[in-house]
Design a protein. Structure first.
Length: 264
């Protein structure tokens, strides 16, 4: 059995999900013996079984296609560029969400944290980037946030924010096994972390969410964020698209964002 055989891939995903054969067999309502035969290569899974087990293991759509190909079947899920006419409605939905979030900043991201779109409120926050190369497409949001020539010098709580972003990246890497994300993690871990800065007055907020405290001119803006994804997408590109929306965590930040929007 090779590393790219369907059985080896199923076992890899099962181990990644920290499930025993008995756990997965119970969830999939098949016998543990049958699952063992599938993983060892003694039995060949049907197309329906591949998709059924992929559902139980919550395998990303891109990797489900890889699993189907390994089992000798055609990919189930299409993959289109965002500018493809078939994704016009999805692009419009993303633009509506981004625009509707103004004057608060919001960005659309792909699976590797590249910024594929942003609303008008984002540009003022990026006005003082020390290294313009960080703003050359494709802009990697994690690199831009934590690079010492990027936003990092203006992130007041860099230690806490860096830990939060890297922990999110670790969870994503654990869920997908994407080697590009593994390399990005190694790069981010090489950046300076800064000192601990959490103060007593920040404790209540920090106990609920991980705020971003960003210096902008003479003001410190405090944000909390949410992530929005498409529900039950059948296209690989859409399944990997996320919208990160930032909300003001205090009145001073809300006023500053409203003033910035009025000025522009």
């Amino acid at each position: 059995m090779t590393e790219n055989s369907p059985g080896a891939l199923l076992r890899e995903w099962r181990v990644r999900r920290r499930m025993s054969q008995l756990d997965l067999a119970s969830e999939a309502e098949i016998s543990q013996r049958h699952l063992s035969f599938l993983e060892s290569g003694r039995a060949k899974p049907s197309r329906d079984m591949v998709l059924h087990l992929a559902d139980q293991l919550d395998i990303p759509l891109r990797e489900r296609n890889h699993l189907l190909l390994a089992a000798g079947f055609a990919p189930r899920y299409g993959e289109h560029n965002l500018d493809d006419p078939s994704l016009a409605a999805a692009r419009q939905a993303v633009r509506l969400v981004l625009k509707g979030h103004e004057p608060n900043p919001a960005i659309a991201l792909d699976r590797h944290w590249h910024m594929v779109d942003a609303n008008a409120a984002v540009a003022p926050l990026l006005a003082d980037i020390l290294d313009p190369a960080l703003l050359q497409p494709p802009v990697n949001v994690l690199r831009l946030s934590l690079h010492p020539q990027g936003l990092a010098p203006r992130v007041v709580n860099l230690f806490e924010w860096r830990n939060h972003l890297i922990e999110r990246l670790k969870r994503q890497l654990d869920a997908t096994g994407d080697p590009v994300l593994a390399e990005l993690e190694r790069e981010l871990l090489s950046y300076p972390s800064g000192p601990r800065t959490q103060r007593a007055q920040d404790a209540n907020l920090a106990a609920i969410v991980h705020p971003l405290k960003l210096r902008m001119g003479n003001e410190i803006l405090t944000f909390i964020s949410t992530t929005t994804v498409f529900g039950t997408p059948l296209d690989v590109t859409l399944s990997e698209l996320a919208i990160e929306s930032f909300f003001p965590a205090d009145e001073a930040t809300a006023r500053a964002l409203q003033a910035a929007a009025a000025a522009s």
